[in-house]
Design a protein around this ligand. Sequence first.
Ligand SMILES: Nc1nc(=O)c2c([nH]1)NC[C@@H]1CN(c3ccc(C(=O)N[C@@H](CCC(=O)O)C(=O)O)cc3)CN21
Ligand SMILES: CC(C)C(=O)C(=O)O
Ligand SMILES: [Mg+2]
Length: 264
Amino acid sequence: MAVTINTLREYKQKGEAFSALTSYDATFAQVVSEAGVDVILIGDSLGMVLQGHDSTLPVTMDQMIYHVSSVAKGNRGSLIMADMPFMTYGTTEAALENAAELMRAGAHMVKLEGTDWMTDTISALSERGVPVCAHLGLTPQFVNKFGGYKVQGRDEHAAEMMIEHACELEAAGADVLLLECVPAPLAARITQAVKAPVIGIGAGADTDGQVLVVHDMLGITTGRKPRFVKDFLADTGSVQQAVEAYVKAVRDRSFPAEEHTFKA
Ligand SMILES: Nc1nc(=O)c2c([nH]1)NC[C@@H]1CN(c3ccc(C(=O)N[C@@H](CCC(=O)O)C(=O)O)cc3)CN21
Ligand SMILES: CC(C)C(=O)C(=O)O
Ligand SMILES: [Mg+2]
């Protein structure tokens, strides 16, 4: 049975953790979906992982469309989520046009980075049939505003703001939330505060789902390895087995462990 947003809602209701991984091509999409990963993310991380840039900002719509259509061909029933690249949703009009292109290429949902400024855009997408994931916390498209890839929501004011923004984005129509690099207690509070399924990366074990960049969980991170990364290939013999081990570890909540988590 193909995974839909209803499947993710059921997981949240039952308290069962679900898994997500990035894929950028048909072969990885097939391996990942056949291993039982619920959500495949075509992340704009491809700008760093595939293209070698030091940020996600140079990624274009044409490149995303190419990778989404490749992933769609390899997919065997996972939910396909596609990142909207930097400044392709700066206005609602642009967001509608660009989201439509990603959906035509095979995405089932789009992901946007931001806070309360994008509530109207999310409502417009949602009302027109485009499911949206709102990405909060360390939003890599804001790296130049953050001055680096830094944990977000560390002080009480920033934490309160993030909870407020999460609730506003859900009210605007976001079907899924994604929290990146936030202290685990804050991620737990947000996960409880919203009905929408919450996916975490570097957000502790209490979110409804987990996501990683597939290269990272296969141990081929170049440069500095973020704290939230675990190499699942190290203890297994193949890419297939590594992905299966990840699915199982997320399901039984043995991943992420303390060592992968930001406390405060
Ligand atoms: N390979 C890869 N994996 C990713 O998870 C990823 C990408 N690329 N590219 C796009 C963004 C960038 N991401 C990053 C990059 C670095 C850190 C990092 O170095 N974090 C520090 C936290 C520093 C602090 O304490 O504030 C860490 O120790 O993990 C986190 C997320 C996540 N995304
Ligand atoms: C790291 C995940 C959440 C992402 O947005 C990406 O791969 O681009
Ligand atoms: Mg991204």
